[in-house]
Design a protein around this ligand. Sequence first.
Ligand code: WTA
Length: 666
Amino acid sequence: MATEATPDRLASDLARELEVMLEIEKFPPPEGFRESALWSDPAIYEEAAADPVAWWTAKSKEVLDWDVEPTEGLNDSNPPFYKWFEDGRINASAQCLDRHVAVGNGERVAYHWRGEEGERRDVTYAELLDSTQRFANALKDLGVEKGDVVGIYLPMIPEVAVAMLACARIGAIHNVVFGGFSAESVRERMEFAEAKALVTVDGARRKGKTAPIKEQVDEEMGDLASLKTIVVVRATGTPCPMTEGRDVFYDEVCAAADPECPAEPMEAEHPLFILYTSGSTASPKGILHTTGGYLTGATTTHKYVFDLKPESDVWWCAADVGWITGHSYIVYGPLANGATSVMWEGAPDYPHQGIWWEIAQETKATILYAAPTAIRTFIKWGADIPARYDLSSLRLLGSVGEPINPKAWLWYHKVIGGERCPIVDTWWQTETGSIMITPLPGITATKPGSATTPFPGVSAEVVDEKDGTPVAEGQGLLMLERPWPSMLRTLYKEDERFVETYFSKFGKDRYLVGDAARRDSDGYFWVIGRIDDVVNVSGHRLSTAEVESAIVAHEKVAEAAVIGQSDPDTGQAICAFVTLNGGVEPSEEVMAGIRDGVAARIGKFARPKRVIWADDLPKTRSGKIMRRLLRDIAEGRALGDVTTLRDPGVMAELEKQVAAERENDD
Ligand code: WTA
């Protein structure tokens, strides 16, 4: 219900916003929420801290039904290669499916799937189990064995969950690539991982248009020797080329397959999946997660961070399955908990800007987990759009992917949550596998913009950049202080890079996150952002080096430097400084060529928002590009120290070029 906007009301709103900005105001759990929350006693933190390994082991046995229960928790004999629950045996797909069907919940809806053109598919647990068994057998028939890597490049359709679970059922390692990545990125990820099979679609829909995915995949995958099979889901009926002896249709192989595929219990440390993510260099990192520990983390956090009651809740994680958020909170966590989820195929503004709220109303969603970038977009579209829908079923809201600014937090709280829903701002990473720093909705008094404190059993610290000593209050590097079950085990086939990236700075028992953060006087964590060359665009992780190498691949480009520039909509945006080859004049055409090149090599979401022509780039005497100065110049700030520049004159030239760019824009 809209409240009348009297001057008093406006003044009190303003005062509250100011208080929030000053970090004074806290939002305790609403009384009604606290009373029925799974966890409402803060003693849980001490209980976990007293013996974290024993606590995690107990949680693991609580949320999962092991085929063979582990007798050990953590094996830390070879840090940083930690192992969890080593002698336990478990099958991830059986945890997500069979055990719910076995206790009579087969008719429960696993996914309320909603398609772009208004299609509805409510997939039950029994149906999902049936499809998974068939596809698992089909994969076996195609020669896929335990330990083989299977690529998955699918849009948001139920088959993406089936494909992941079918791999897990037979011990194949899935390697999902977000549908927004280009076919060239898919190839790279298949090549690195030596994938034996790839599951994709004929075509994928986006906002009323259909992209010929299989055709694009074929252009890139032709000569990849390790890839023996491509399975094509007929999602749109788009005609597509099929190569005899390599390509098969999903529906045909499933129809021909045996309907029963008993789940084989896997070793707890058997690899479950690889997910490539961006780091400081151009080549993506293959984050490897294993079975028992990962499932423990995803399932426990999904249950307790979101206070999940599987019989009554309708859970909606609005991420894409292609990112870690989708792996942990669309597939493994919710299914292992027996939850009913919403799966939305499309964009937030197709067929109209109220589609999310229409779906929430229709499915009676109770918990919504979304990214700040989406919330900022909704703010721009106006509060009158969600106001047209009945959102009273919502009882809890979540945020993930980037820091949420207090203004967006307050809007989310008021306009979407009707001031009755707690907000959990969850900090974590592809590497951590599950949520690490977060409020507990029945316990924590939240502060807008802070992810508050570590989940029970997790220990985080902000440390001094130089010597690693803890910074009690103030800014420093965020570290995780002890191993947790769902942590990455290594970078696929790159053990050395794994140690170097995360454990070389302050020792093998302290995981270097790659984010800067600070703590306030209440001990709350405020994550500031990445300290490495990773840019976070709308919650999508990209490395500046990756984008640079895509730009310099353009024949007319001599050199490029990419930075993340703060952006009111997407959090950060890609800004590229580009030096053209001698004799080439800057033009709209070259600019379009550069942008298209990035889209083709990485994906459309990586296209630079801004291209600044630069005759030269600021470099140190040893030839290193000084990105700090580029950031200053792009954001129009006073320049920092320029004394270490080889040629300080470069900056004056660049400033002129930025001014010229502004004029062109006007
Ligand atoms: C950022 C996404 C502030 C952070 C789950 C991290 C956040 C990176 C938050 C990981 C948050 C994620 N507040 N920053 N609540 N959540 N981040 O691997 O910089 O795609 O290191 O995992 O996103 O991105 P990734």
